[in-house]
Ligand binder design. Structure first.
Ligand code: PMP
Length: 393
């Protein structure tokens, strides 16, 4: 039959190869479509066929805990993936599945707050992933409230005995900085390791915090499948989080779990011995190669600019690749250097580039975040717009 062809944004023509001149580029969301090409290049990998009768029931197979039925296969795949990359300890830990880690951020906040005796202050260091604030304010309950940055806003809760819940992404979104709360800090820390994977940052140790969040979205790129997981040490917290998932969505889509299990198994199999393909064709190698090249392009574009600066990211030895990993972040966190350029976001917008304003991350609009996780065609368009902007001086 006739194929309906919709070109990607900014492209036109019979085979969608013509770039629409000066088409505005959206570099706002962290939609990880750079991985689409990987799965298209390997059509034999990743495909899942689901029979009509597959897991129709709410609870099917083995009786599990409320909201946690039939999750063993995915949890085993997740453990193997952490084992392969060496990025996190899973032995003796509990795994809570979520509809994306978005659901788990609030599941963790809500559940930790239930364990704490008084109204909890939820904090995150600036610049923080904006959903921490937006979700916490939106879901705010008698048990917790948003309290801002632990240093800047501490006067509002210093001296009070209110317990603290700190949300911390490491590597950070937007800066890609590795973050750790001082060990003498009070309160419970929720570590969000969405970006602690070898294609995005050097793996330097197996992290082993009390509460850790992960997401499929930034590993294989399947953000639309909505699969995330929390690794927790405390049994009571595990039950509280399961309860949250049960009341919120009565579990996690079995279709998505099947797809995620297969995708993760595919990734693990591509690296294990005997490998089903050469290591260099594994998704971590692919992702790192793409993102390294993009970062180098940006460095080239901004190297002669006194008006804009890119964040500094350290090169460290990565235990997974067995060598140094130069920067390959998911985002550029751009600073406008000229005194008069107080709104870097608006400045970019004027050059037909939609980024994400620094104020959303608790910072000022002198910063703007640009996503580097999009399709290659989109990145090319972004690079072209940035080059033109920088050449204006
Ligand atoms: N945490 C961080 C730091 C993120 O950047 C994102 C996605 N942008 C998420 C959590 C949420 O990911 P998801 O809900 O797709 O698992």
């Amino acid at each position: 039959g006739a194929q309906i062809c919709e070109c990607h944004e900014c492209f036109t023509g019979p085979d969608c190869a013509l770039l629409i001149p000066d088409c505005a580029v959206e570099a706002d969301s962290g939609d990880p479509l750079l991985f689409e090409e990987y799965w298209m290049q390997h059509p034999d990998l990743g495909t899942v066929v689901i029979p009509g009768w597959y897991r129709m029931s709410y609870q099917t197979c083995d009786a599990g805990t409320l909201g946690d039925y039939c999750t063993d296969a995915l949890k085993a795949a997740i453990q193997d993936l952490h084992g392969l990359t060496g990025n996190a300890v899973t032995k003796g830990r509990y795994i809570v599945l979520g509809t994306g880690s978005t659901q788990l951020v609030n599941a963790a906040v809500h559940s930790i707050a239930l364990q704490q005796k008084e109204v909890s202050n939820v904090v995150a260091s600036i610049p923080y992933y904006q959903a921490y604030r937006l979700q916490t304010q939106f879901f705010s309950s008698p048990n917790y409230q948003w309290a801002g940055d632990p240093e800047r806003d501490s006067s509002s809760f210093e001296g009070s005995d209110a317990p603290v819940i700190e949300l911390m992404a490491s590597p950070n979104n937007p800066t890609a900085t590795i973050q750790e709360v001082p060990s003498n800090a009070s309160g419970v820390v929720v570590y969000d390791y969405a970006y602690y994977w070898p294609h995005l940052t050097p793996i330097t140790k197996a992290v082993n915090a009390d509460v850790m969040l992960f997401t499929l979205s930034k590993i294989t790129g399947h953000a639309g499948s909505r699969i995330g997981w929390a690794i927790v040490k405390d049994l009571d917290l595990y039950y509280k989080m399961l309860n949250y998932i049960f009341f919120n969505t009565a579990g996690v889509s079995h279709d998505s779990q099947l797809r995620a299990t297969h995708l993760i198994r595919t990734v693990v199999n591509s690296y294990t011995n005997p490998p089903t393909m050469s290591r260099e064709k594994g998704i971590f190698h692919y992702g790192q190669e793409v993102l390294l090249a993009r970062w180098e392009r940006l460095q080239g574009i901004f190297s002669n600019s006194s008006r804009f600066s890119l964040q500094h990211i350290e090169t460290k030895h990565c235990s997974f690749f067995g060598k140094k990993s130069p920067p390959s972040p998911g985002y550029a966190w751009i600073h406008c250097e000229h005194e008069e350029d107080t709104d870097c976001y608006a400045l970019m917008l004027g050059a037909n580039i939609t980024g994400r304003a620094g104020s959303l991350f608790g910072s000022t609009d002198r910063h703007v975040r640009l996503s580097l996780l999009k399709r290659q065609s989109k990145f090319e368009n972004l690079a072209a717009h940035l080059s033109a902007l920088v050449s204006q001086g």
